[in-house]
Design a protein around this ligand. Structure first.
Ligand code: NAP
Length: 252
């Protein structure tokens, strides 16, 4: 049994996988949640096990309340829940709003917003001192798109991340007196598979010259910020979202 378990949604690839590896190195038992890519999730777990860490891969769609319970029951079996990283997210191919259909918008909000809220609820029920828990940390993964709006390409995605920023503030205040800190990170252009899901696999390279630090970020650089927010070094930080953007849309 682990005395500090971290649930990482979308832990099989990209930013989530980097969070899982770093969290395991910092002593967390890690629930590596994934949607469908079992091979990627198992590879993350195998890497953690080879370094003496604890990890378990758990399939589940965060937009499903039933799947979320399944994910958190797996966490209960691993040990005491100490944190949640709401990282699972999706995007759809580039489109203007006047060409988006209801199904696309509903799916995007179901995963990015409803999924994060369902997971946070399950985590609070376990970590809140009000429920007999010992406290903990939640980090929501937003996006610089929340500030930029992503006109002409992903306004739906940007709006879903705007909702996440507001959710971070509200939940942080709701549970501040219950031992739980809630923060967010707002990644900029990060080199992961995510851009292929959005239909432009080399988007990170395309946008790199427009970043003040003149390059795309890495998943590990975002993971470093997330693990800092979860750590006691950030003990007086709650209700805020940190830009990890190389200077792009970096104003709060
Ligand atoms: P990624 O490499 O495409 O990985 C996405 C992860 O989310 C995968 O582990 C995937 O699981 C999982 N996932 C997708 N839908 C899910 C669902 N319904 N339930 C559970 N898991 C699900 O993406 P990434 O770049 O690491 O993105 C991670 C987060 O960062 C997202 O919230 C994204 O919006 C945000 N972000 C990314 C960037 C960027 O430039 N990359 C910038 C700003 C914000 P499978 O492996 O099973 O498919």
């Amino acid at each position: 049994m682990s005395d500090k378990v971290l649930v990482v949604t979308g832990g099989s690839r990209g930013i989530g996988a980097a969070v899982c590896r770093l969290a395991a190195a910092r002593g967390y038992g890690v629930v590596v949640n994934y949607a469908g890519n079992v091979a990627a999730a198992e590879a993350v777990c195998a890497e953690i096990h080879s370094r003496g860490g604890e990890a378990v891969a758990v399939r589940g769609d965060v937009s499903s309340a039933e799947d979320v319970e399944h994910i958190f029951r797996a966490a209960d079996r691993l040990g005491r829940l100490a944190g949640l990283v709401n990282n699972a997210g999706t995007i759809a191919p580039s489109s203007r709003v006047d060409a988006m259909d209801a199904e696309r918008i509903a799916r995007l909000f179901a995963v990015n917003v409803t999924g994060s809220m369902l997971c946070a609820g399950a985590a609070v029920r376990r970590m809140s001192t009000k429920h007999g828990g010992a406290g903990g940390g939640i980090v929501n993964v937003s996006s610089a798109a929340a500030k930029l709006g992503a006109p002409g390409v992903y306004v739906d995605y940007a709006a879903s991340k705007g909702a996440i920023d507001t959710f971070t503030v509200g939940l942080a205040l709701e549970v501040a007196a219950e031992g739980i800190r809630v923060n967010g990170v707002r990644p900029g252009v990060i080199d992961t598979d995510f851009h292929a899901t959005g239909g432009v696999p080399d988007r990170a390279q395309q946008l790199a010259p427009s970043v003040p630090l003149a390059r795309a970020g890495t998943a590990e650089e975002v993971a470093n910020a997330i693990l800092w927010l979860l750590s006691d070094d950030a003990a007086y930080v709650t209700g805020t979202t940190l830009a990890v953007t190389g200077g792009r849309a970096a104003a709060p």
